[in-house]
Design a protein around this ligand. Sequence first.
Ligand SMILES: Cc1cc2nc3c(=O)[nH]c(=O)nc-3n(C[C@H](O)[C@H](O)[C@H](O)COP(=O)(O)OP(=O)(O)OC[C@H]3O[C@@H](n4cnc5c(N)ncnc54)[C@H](O)[C@@H]3O)c2cc1C
Length: 358
Amino acid sequence: MGVFYFCTMVDFIIVGFGLAGMSFADQLEEHNKSYVVFDNDSQRSSRVAGGLYNPVILKRFTLAWKAEEQLAEALPLYNRLQQQFNTEITYELPVLRRFNSVEEQNTWAEAYDKPTLQRFLTPQLVDKNTYAGIDALYHYGKVKNTGRVEIVKMLDAFKEKLTKRNAFFEDGFEYNALEINANEVVYKGIKAKYVVFAEGYGLKQNPFFNELPLTGNKGEYLIIKSEALKLKEAVKSAIFIIPLGDNLYKVGATYNHDDKTLKSTIEAREELEKGIRKIIKVPFQVVDQMAGVRPTVLDRRPLVGRHAKYPNLHILNGLGTRGILIGPTVAKALYQNIANDIPLDKEINIKRFEDRTF
Ligand SMILES: Cc1cc2nc3c(=O)[nH]c(=O)nc-3n(C[C@H](O)[C@H](O)[C@H](O)COP(=O)(O)OP(=O)(O)OC[C@H]3O[C@@H](n4cnc5c(N)ncnc54)[C@H](O)[C@@H]3O)c2cc1C
């Protein structure tokens, strides 16, 4: 509680600067609102994420929830930031789905007949011998209009911009230091009209919103190096193999409902290495391992909205396994709700959990 910031008045305080907090900051930039950000690097979901955006669920060959409209919101944002920061942040990266059976190949052909999927699925199968380093008994299905976002680079560039104007504090937000008045909040000398909490799984420490059913799901990735693999596309089998350049690949991820720490584990490494050996036929070495907790929600929908008792406190969370696609859409919805009173979609509004205990 010791630190006091220069006395200032802003429109918003944002707590947390992962994909959720950054997407909201972008809304504030767009609408010329003043704000400061607090982030203490206590959660890492955005920073360890594979960085893929892919609207198709590759288990069932269906479109993910509202994926088409989320893509329309997300890509312009990442392209805009790419231009603004003058560095490569996003690029197209097709995904090859490695089939496990003839039945899967047939299901793919059936899926292609659905009008909503035609933009993303390629009807011609990709030959199983395309990559000598991959053990493929059947052909691949190619998903297009997918890509990758260099999330760490993007967050760091945005953070640098905010740091230069004294709007980014690398500090943990202390909830009990927040004074809440009718028309403003005061936090250690900073007056603001609103606070937007975007702490990812860190929400569990937030006394204002921690009753919401954020379940959390830990995921771990390995970074491997392989000179012989030579993939130009991401390959999805039981695991994802994502080319990063310089013969490096991100391989994963695991799913764990029980462990909510950020520690890399031997179990995950063994699981992933076993998975790799089933698919990759060429030599590789593990060069790194990383872990994060996905902010997943009981009903698999984001957590967005206003506190029932304190109308100047808001939440932007629950981006789950697809933060790149979902973040920009829900950040815009929350901004429009706060600034222009435009109602939130019932599916994302935290009001759906009022009167429910978990
Ligand atoms: C292994 C893994 C792979 C993934 N792969 C993909 C992928 O390929 N594509 C995709 O779309 N999504 C992917 N995801 C999901 C995606 O990462 C999440 O949906 C998204 O990053 C969540 O963003 P967030 O901002 O809500 O949370 P976070 O990224 O966790 O950010 C929350 C921030 O709040 C800060 N914070 C918390 N508490 C406080 C506090 N009290 N004071 C100050 N700061 C605080 C934290 O330090 C953190 O920076 C993956 C996730 C994991 C774990």
